[in-house]
Design a protein around this ligand. Structure first.
Ligand SMILES: Nc1nc2c(ncn2[C@@H]2O[C@H](COP(=O)(O)OP(=O)(O)O)[C@@H](O)[C@H]2O)c(=O)[nH]1
Ligand SMILES: [Mg+2]
Length: 271
């Protein structure tokens, strides 16, 4: 996973945070990261497999410690945090903007956006009237708990609120990194093929809910929803599944119901 693909460098040095901006930009604060990354990659090739495994374990252990801190902070305040994971383009941001439009009058909502570059998604969220913070991961292919913890401070989260964390789009690395969320929610769009749960089992195993998005496109595709759901349940028998279209709104009610029920559970834990 990440240690192998080289993005481990994102976790091995400290991040300076700029409190005056709405984005935390990895490359902005570390303009020479590209070179460091290349140098470390070359160096990593000389490491023994045992040493590589040790480094990966250290990175994950550190991340888990930050994630535990995040989870404690969130549960003390009755905040429901969801980590949205998927390949790029499955409709995470669309689902969020449509969800926010429907819930923002009754709930307090904030969003953390993860992408390698640009603040485009945070801008899409802010256009709905809800606060959003963009984290740019530069070369990194996933968010980590340390940076997400810092984002909490920037967003001034309300008690009993809903926090969406849109992870960097890919079905591999984000599965291994706990951010302190209550649930990972994996979004799979019907244009991606029904076999993705068995090709990327770690992600579907880590998620508690799978959303099958873009159901409005089903009439134009050969996508077999039942087969896809069976694959997801094969890797994770406990996974819940909701089918919807962020575009037409079909099926959105079940997702909103699920969110409200989860928020209620979080509040009960808090009380
Ligand atoms: N037909 C259809 N298109 C969708 C739906 N949801 C998202 N899209 C489109 O899919 C593309 C990627 O959406 P985006 O929200 O940026 O995905 P993200 O990369 O996962 O955040 C955009 O062109 C969206 O308009 C949907 O339910 N139906
Ligand atoms: Mg997006």
């Amino acid at each position: 996973m990440c240690g192998i693909c080289g993005c481990g460098e994102g976790h091995t040095h400290s991040h300076e945070e700029d409190h005056s901006h709405d984005s935390l930009d990895h490359d902005h604060h570390n303009p020479i990261d590209g070179h460091q990354h290349a140098a470390q990659h070359t160096h990593a090739q000389g490491l023994s497999p045992a040493r590589m495994v040790q480094i990966e374990q250290d990175i994950l252990a550190k991340n888990n410690a930050y994630a535990d801190e995040n989870r404690r902070y969130l549960s003390q305040r009755g905040i429901l945090a969801l980590n949205l994971v998927s390949s790029p383009g499955s409709g995470k941001t669309s689902l969020l903007t449509e969800t926010i439009k429907r819930l923002k009058e009754e709930l307090s909502i904030a969003v953390i956006e993860g992408d390698q570059q640009t603040t485009r998604d945070a801008e899409r969220i802010r256009a709905t009237g809800v606060p959003a913070l963009q984290i740019n991961t530069g070369k990194g292919c996933h968010l980590d708990a340390h940076r997400v913890g810092h984002a909490f401070e920037h967003l001034a989260l309300s008690d009993h609120s809903l926090l969406f964390i849109e992870n960097v789009g890919n079905l591999v690395c984000p599965s291994a990194f706990d951010l302190g969320e209550a649930h990972k929610v994996v979004i799979l769009s019907v244009t991606e093929g029904e076999d993705k749960p068995i090709k990327y089992p770690d992600m579907f195993h880590a998620a508690d809910l799978m959303i099958l998005n873009k159901t409005d496109l089903l009439p134009y595709l050969d996508f077999n929803s039942a087969e896809c759901i069976a694959y997801a349940k094969r890797v994770n028998p406990k996974i819940k599944v909701l089918s919807l279209s962020a575009k037409t709104g079909e099926g959105m009610d079940n997702w909103l119901k699920w969110l409200k029920a989860e928020l209620e559970l979080q509040r009960i834990d808090y009380a």
